[in-house]
Write a protein that binds this ligand. Structure first.
Ligand SMILES: Cc1cc2nc3c(=O)[nH]c(=O)nc-3n(C[C@H](O)[C@H](O)[C@H](O)COP(=O)(O)OP(=O)(O)OC[C@H]3O[C@@H](n4cnc5c(N)ncnc54)[C@H](O)[C@@H]3O)c2cc1C
Ligand SMILES: NC(=O)c1ccc[n+]([C@@H]2O[C@H](COP(=O)([O-])OP(=O)(O)OC[C@H]3O[C@@H](n4cnc5c(N)ncnc54)[C@H](O)[C@@H]3O)[C@@H](O)[C@H]2O)c1
Length: 487
């Protein structure tokens, strides 16, 4: 029997960070990983997708500048882009990440872990050996999520792409159909179109990026269309046919979306229709939980409904904010809470924004969706703020009218919104859409998390001529008491 203070199940970025955090607090820890240390993010999600996107974005941005565009007459070298992607996915080899985990003093255990009652984890190693690990203080489930596929006739036989093939494919299909309207669909439609595929995006709803302000999705749809993606709204796939696994795939649609389209033929189909928790085979039934469910947690990331307070869940698996950086934030908070509880008598700071209270992953979630344009958001949209009972004002401005933006790209198109709590006159959310806006986001996060009064923001002087001068235009619009460009 191996005894540790903490056992971490799953070595995605949140699991790795949790281990580092509790080690730094002097606790012993074992990290169990069944596939690759680094998780989905490193090999089939964030890193390879951004590696696929960066060359097309750089090229598209250069082509928007008179004088620079003349230097680019050729097309992207798809093989070189895929090769660069491979190196960013570390050629699907996790030796570097395992070394890093071990460098923290954590023990790395390769194998499939299952909870076996309170504080116990049984690991089935690749050699088929079972090893029992016991935790003195905590077991932290960081097993992440996998692609959720709808229950459609013919879908399993059609061998659909999920995010794994969508980020890892070694050849560019001639025709790719993409189902879904979230970040995965948007980014991968943009990337594969730029690499040479004919891409049809089939969106069930009426807009893209439903969790962001509506104008973000509108600008992104316009950008995808400008890049040559055929974007169709209001269409649902009802069945998928691929009689020959090597042959083309046909998607049957319920409605023509007004465009006369009743079926789509493609060489591959990517389903980007959301995520499901990886909890179906981790022994949840041994502690009274239901396999296959998301794991609800309190704000210290402790799983609710389990007695003894020893079980935590961090990252995608708790369904609070399915983003790597938010999972790592949760890991820092949970690690601090576990360490404080382990050192009997240490008081927990569970006030809003306290050291042991996850707050940002509800009230200040940051996200950037990459492409041309980029969409970047933090905190609450108008709709979410109103749902929470806040009285807010949306302050909008056309980013194309900011001199830094017009220098960044000819005919710059973009928009910004700050959402201001009228009662306290502080920012509760911000959204930017336009080329190159991703690096604007952190300033907005600091304002939201710091609850900086809007009047104080006048003293945060943006350098001239940068896109950040949008802040002055937003403040002027706020001062003048009328909304900017609402178009
Ligand atoms: C295409 C795509 C692009 C994305 N891009 C971004 C982005 O740009 N930025 C961003 O912030 N987020 C992005 N995300 C989301 C991000 O990938 C996830 O939020 C992140 O990976 C969650 O980390 P996690 O550790 O919770 O889960 P995962 O990364 O899924 O890691 C979980 C780990 O647990 C292991 N595991 C599972 N079960 C067991 C078990 N029983 N025993 C042992 N080990 C187990 C798995 O093998 C895996 O290594 C993207 C997602 C997708 C699909
Ligand atoms: N750059 C980034 O930060 C980034 C990039 C990719 C993914 N992610 C994260 O990964 C997670 C997964 O992303 P995602 O885009 O797969 O999921 P999502 O839940 O964000 O979007 C799923 C989309 O599929 C649609 N959909 C669901 N079921 C459907 C069905 N049966 N038929 C047709 N459409 C259907 C939804 O309406 C929605 O548009 C998200 O939380 C996202 O934030 C982040």
């Amino acid at each position: 029997m191996d005894l540790y203070d903490v056992i971490v199940l799953g070595a995605g970025p949140p699991g790795e960070n949790l281990a580092e955090r509790v080690r730094a607090a002097g606790l012993s820890v074992a990290v169990v990983e069944s596939e690759l240390a680094g998780g989905e993010c490193s090999y089939w999600a964030c890193m390879p997708s951004k590696a696929l996107l960066r060359p097309p974005i750089a090229l598209a941005e250069a082509r928007r500048l008179a004088g620079a565009r003349e230097a680019f007459s050729g097309e992207l070298d798809a093989a070189a882009v895929l090769g660069r992607r491979d190196s960013f996915a570390a050629h699907w080899d996790d030796a570097g990440q395992v070394d890093w985990i071990r460098s923290t003093g954590a023990e790395f255990v390769r194998g499939h872990g299952r909870i076996d009652g309170p504080c116990r984890v049984i690991v089935e190693t690749p050699a088929g050996v079972q090893r029992l690990l016991t935790a003195r203080h905590a077991v932290v489930v960081c097993t992440g999520s996998a692609a959720a596929l709808p229950d459609l006739p013919g879908l399993p036989e059609a061998l659909p792409w999920t995010n794994r093939e969508g980020t890892g494919a070694r050849e560019v299909p001639d025709r790719l159909a993409v189902v879904g309207g979230g970040p995965v669909a948007v980014e991968l439609a943009y990337a594969w179109r730029a690499l040479g595929a004919e891409v049809t995006a089939l969106v069930r709803g009426e807009r893209l990026l439903e969790r962001m302000e509506p104008f973000a999705g509108e600008h992104v749809a316009e950008g995808l269309r400008a890049a040559g993606v055929d974007v169709r709204f209001g269409v649902s796939v009802t069945a998928v046919r691929r009689p020959d696994p090597e042959g083309e795939v046909t998607l049957e649609l319920d409605d023509d979306g007004g465009g006369g389209l009743v079926a789509v033929a493609a060489d591959e189909v990517l389903f980007a229709t959301g995520r499901r928790p990886r909890t179906d085979d981790i022994g949840l039934e041994t502690v009274g939980l239901t396999p296959g469910d998301w794991l609800p947690v309190d704000d210290t990331l402790r799983v609710t409904g389990v007695s003894g307070g020893w079980l935590y869940a961090v990252g995608d698996v708790n369904h609070r904010a399915l983003l790597t950086h938010q999972g790592k934030y949760q890991a820092r908070i949970a690690g601090a809470a576990i360490a404080a509880r382990a050192h009997a008598g240490a008081a927990l700071d569970t006030a809003r924004w306290g050291a042991h209270q996850a707050t940002a992953d509800r009230d200040a979630v940051t996200q950037v969706v990459f492409g041309v344009p980029e969409a970047a958001a933090v905190g609450l949209t108008v709709q979410e703020a109103e749902r929470r009972g806040l009285r807010v004002r949306a302050v909008d401005f056309d980013l194309g009218k900011v001199s830094g933006a017009s220098l960044f790209a000819d005919d710059y198109r973009g928009r910004a919104r700050m959402v201001v709590d009228r009662e306290r006159a502080v920012l509760v959310g911000a959204t930017f859409v336009g080329p190159g806006v991703s690096e604007l986001l952190h300033a907005a996060s600091v304002a939201v998390v710091g609850e900086v009064p809007v009047e104080r923001l006048w003293h945060a002087v943006p350098a001239y001529p940068t896109i950040s001068e949008i802040w002055l235009r937003l403040l002027e619009t706020w001062r003048d008491g009328e909304d900017g460009d609402q178009g």
